[in-house]
Design a protein around this ligand. Structure first.
Ligand code: C5P
Length: 405
């Protein structure tokens, strides 16, 4: 769902988006997007093309909180309605963009309301095309999209799969989470642009036989929120994810790993090309000394078997040792007491620039929780306490603190 906790950033409250809907069976998906944009406090105005009104009605959008639904050009007495989104909106999203809508946009056509509004809008614009795969692959559509890209449109490409007519190929409207985030990216500050972030997220699993492992309850929500927030703000992001880490947009390079050893290897591979490291993963500190590929039978193990553990590598510390002058790192600390003293020790032991400490055990904080409350401490001892809020908001504020000491 686009409204998953790692994607719910309150930063966008008060921003204005204009949504253009075209005539496609996927038009109903814009209603879910409208609902989620509204939960972020975004004001959404809407234009339905004549064909779109055959699939969805203005009333549906007004019922879900659209600020205005525009009709056709020359309908009613609002003679400048075609100029309004260009004056009022911060960005414009057109979806599902049919082949004819893409063609009208590329041609600069102004013969109907939606394309006239797009022509009169010089804010960031996005299209998410949806059409039959042969129409999508047709050189005419491809050339139109290329032209629109060159003119600054963001194009969220259609997804592969079965289309409404029962054929297979690329043509389905993209995952609405991708469209949702692409619209937020248009509205976000690009203050992390130019940085390449390596982030670790989620737990690790340390197997002691073919099917059993040692792990912890982390599910990677904080790391996923930080990865998405950084990507929305313009960073290139490489995420090394333990099992269960939530969905991330395709724009983030994601590597799934299981054990700490695999996580370390993936991180070592990425680190030389990154300028920033953020280590949120709940890496298991120990792994079983013996690991077999087979399931060990209870008859072999006997009663009360003893599991012998050995130390896992400390990924944040290992990369901290390799850190150059041009690289920065942020580590996390889960504490049950003496947050500050322990956090300062962690800065030194991991050669980090910033530590984000949370008091685990407090209700609503840490593992398995959708909210968090953290204290951020820098190398010079300066501390910033953030209020308790959703993890996506905490992530957004962590990047604010990182950027604005
Ligand atoms: O030492 P401690 O586990 O408390 O440190 C937590 C920080 O170190 C977190 O940022 C965590 O992601 C990172 N860490 C790591 N590799 C480990 C253990 C912790 O990267 N083996």
């Amino acid at each position: 769902m686009p409204g998953s906790p790692h994607l719910k950033f309150n930063y966008f409250a008060g921003r204005k988006l204009h949504l253009g809907v075209c005539g496609s069976v996927a038009a109903f998906k814009t209603l879910e997007l409208l609902r989620v944009w509204k939960t972020l406090g975004i004001t959404v105005s809407v234009t339905l093309t004549a064909a779109a009104r055959e699939f969805v009605t203005p009333l549906s959008y007004l019922s879900l909180g659209a600020s205005k639904v525009y009709g056709e050009m020359l309908d009613g007495d609002d003679v400048f309605a075609h100029l309004e989104p260009g004056r009022l909106a911060d960005a414009m999203a057109i979806l599902p963009a049919t082949a004819s809508a893409v063609s009208r946009l590329a041609a600069g056509d102004a013969s109907e309301m939606l394309s006239a509004q797009a022509l009169a809008c010089d804010r960031p614009k996005l299209i998410a095309p949806a059409m039959h795969p042969r129409m999508w692959l047709n050189p005419a559509t491809q050339a139109n999209c290329k032209l629109l890209r060159e003119r600054g449109f963001h194009v969220v490409e259609p997804a592969f799969g079965r289309t409404a007519c029962g054929e297979e190929g690329q043509g389905r409207l993209a995952d609405i989470r991708e469209i949702y985030l692409a619209t937020l990216r248009m509205l976000a500050p690009a203050d992390l642009a130019g940085r390449t972030l390596l982030i670790t997220a989620g737990p690790t699993r340390e197997f002691w036989d073919g099917v059993r492992f040692v792990s912890n309850p982390s599910f990677g929500l904080m790391g996923a929120a930080l990865a998405v927030a950084a990507w929305l703000r313009g960073a290139e992001v490489k995420a090394v994810c333990g099992p269960g880490t939530p969905w991330l947009p395709a724009g983030i390079e994601r590597i799934n790993v299981e054990s700490a050893a695999e996580m370390l290897a993936a991180c070592q591979n990425f680190w030389p090309s990154c300028s920033l490291g953020c280590f949120t993963a709940a890496v298991c500190d120990y792994r079983p000394l013996e690991q077999g590929a087979e399931k060990l039978k209870k008859e072999w193990l006997g009663d009360s078997p003893v599991l012998r553990l050995t130390n896992n590598p400390d990924i944040a510390a290992a990369l901290g040792r390799l850190k150059t002058e041009a690289q920065h790192s942020i580590v996390f600390a889960a504490e049950t007491s003496n947050i500050r003293q322990n956090a300062i020790k962690k800065l030194a032991s991991k050669n980090a620039d910033m530590v984000v400490a949370n008091m685990v055990g407090k209700p609503g904080v840490g593992f398995e929780s959708e909210s968090n409350q953290v204290t951020i401490i820098r190398k010079n001892g300066e501390a910033t306490e953030l209020p308790m809020s959703g993890k996506a908001d905490v992530a957004w504020r962590i990047w604010d603190v990182f950027l604005n000491p």
